[in-house]
Design a protein around this ligand. Structure first.
Ligand code: DX5
Ligand code: ZN
Length: 227
């Protein structure tokens, strides 16, 4: 277990596998069931081999809920679209360190737009890639699957990466959130938290055919020993 300064534990459902025909209802179900934030996966078909949505959908989600919105930008040159996602109502804008040449400038842009700044790392990217930017961000996102699709299997080495990342953050930015995204469900949520994550993204574990959003969120809490 890694020592952490009182960072609140949060669950952020990703709407990627929700029914987009009933997006408002899907978001409100998560809010009513006690979700702490909504996670929005923006994909451009270049940085990742899939396309999803842009600021219009973020705006629609903003209109449906008061929860914080985490906009996970899986797009090349995210700096070109930050203002649009801020205007659409994003609370945290998270860019991939692999997707922008001038990471410091991009993070500064996010801060200047009045949003929380996040940086994400692909599974193959070493933790040192955030060493210099760590003091300037509010959140670091460790991907535990290769980004692009929901419902993939958790990459087990992500637990050790979380632990090492938490240590790095404890040294350079102790109040920074550490988020994990990909393949999280009731069976492994406690493990990622034990290794240092305090924000957990769950997509297909929340939005699926097996249970309601409330039941699925309850199962995640039970996995954490909170229910
Ligand atoms: C993957 C996305 C994730 C995805 C997680 O590229 O960044 O946020 O929605 O989905 P699950 O929880 O099903 O792995
Ligand atoms: Zn995501």
């Amino acid at each position: 277990m890694v020592a952490r300064p009182n960072l609140p534990l949060r669950i952020a459902p990703s709407i990627l596998t929700a029914d987009f025909g009933h997006l408002r209802g899907a978001v409100q179900a998560a809010e009513e069931a006690g979700a702490d934030a909504i996670h929005l996966d923006v994909m451009d078909g270049r940085f990742v081999p899939n396309l999803t949505f842009g600021p219009l959908v973020v705006q629609a989600v903003r209109d449906a809920t008061d929860l914080p919105l985490e906009v996970h930008l899986m797009i090349e040159e995210p700096e070109r679209y930050l203002a649009a996602f801020a205007q659409a109502g994003g609370t945290t804008l998270t860019v991939h360190v692999e997707a922008t040449c001038h990471l410091h400038r991009t993070v500064q842009q996010i801060v200047d737009l009045g949003c929380r700044a996040g940086v994400a790392l692909n599974p193959g990217t070493p933790i040192q890639a955030v060493r210099e930017i760590a003091p300037f961000v509010d959140l670091v996102l460790v991907m535990s699957v290769n980004p692009g699709f929901g419902g993939q299997r958790f990459i087990q080495t992500a637990t050790s990466k979380l632990r090492r990342m938490r240590r790095l953050l404890d040294e350079f930015n102790p109040t920074c959130d550490l988020e994990v995204d990909g393949g999280i469900g009731p069976e492994n949520v406690a493990e990622v938290v034990r290794h240092g994550a305090n924000v957990v993204v769950a997509g297909s574990a929340v939005y699926n055919d097996r249970g309601s959003v409330a039941e699925n969120l309850q199962a995640l809490r039970a996995g954490l020993g909170l229910a």
